[in-house]
Design a protein around this ligand. Sequence first.
Ligand code: 3HC
Length: 328
Amino acid sequence: MAATTPQNAGLSAVPSYEQEQSQARFDALIEQDSRIEPRDWMPEAYRKTLTRQVSQHAHSEIIGMQPEANWITRAPSLKRKSILMAKVQDEAGHGLYLYSAAETLGTPRDELNDQLMSGRAKYSSIFNYPARSWADMGAIGWLVDGAAIANQVPLCRASYGPYGRAMVRICKEESFHQRQGFEILLALSRGTEAQRKMAQDAINRFYEPSLMMFGPPDEQSPNSAQSMAWKIKRFSNDELRQRFVGMIAEQVKVLGMTLPDPELRFDEETGRWIHKELNWDEFMAVIKGNGPMNSHRLERRREAHREGAWVREAAAAYARKYENSEVA
Ligand code: 3HC
């Protein structure tokens, strides 16, 4: 697919000479694997799909704080509590980097927040599943953050500069998140029978939803082809899912646990992992807002926004006072 057609470049049917020059410069930057920066001309459709993806990514980081935050007070030791607190704080920072990157595309953060809190914006399906036990903190770190790493490392090379650069910092912290989760499960797998059972139950519940984090199958992905032509996405949903399955199929052996997928095997002939058919009806229901925890997550986000109003007002008052003193 051509990087951009006049239709999706937001150009008039008969583009002017200047528009053609801008388009040619944009296409050349993409072709050279260079970066598009906020001040560069870009097709409106490129801006739109990036605002969509980057803001949804930011929303995912912020909503993703909730399942783990609920377990900070119930962590089994001071060490586990401090690690979990550090992780949740990291996720908040990831959200802020990504909102800052999204704002460079022209949509103010307040508007992005409104889109989330009003239920108009998507965030990652995975966070609409409940975290029922301490072992879920391990399964979330190992599987969810593991899937996030598989998806986010290629995004470090996204063609849009602020997005790719935000990803570099986020991926460094994501590896700590994945390792601490794996280590929680490893400790449980070496514990009592009840602890082993708790760990296996968490893996069973998070396995399929973590595979669905990568998005629908390629043939049902309306955004992928164009995002890959614009080098926002470097690999397709299925390609990244394959990588992730290959990773966890080996790692689960170290835990002495199993993945809840009797069909899982590596097909030497095709070089691909065969896994169970995923429940895409469930996936569509979750991303339409009908998952087990959607309403709870959004209500908690709205409540946090209300609780934080005084901080925003104080910061704004200080900024006004500072500006006035500057002017005086
Ligand atoms: N959850 C919610 N919505 C999803 C989804 C998911 N797991 N996967 C796909 N969708 C949505 C898409 O947003 C799109 O809807 P839209 O057009 O209204 O935005 C629709 O389903 C079709 O999917 P596509 O494959 O066509 O969409 P994309 O090309 O955007 O691919 C994606 C989806 C792979 C999630 C891509 O957007 C992406 O790579 N995003 C950046 C990474 C990201 O957001 N990760 C979320 C997890 S963050 C996280 O895990 C935090 C960590 O610290 C734990």
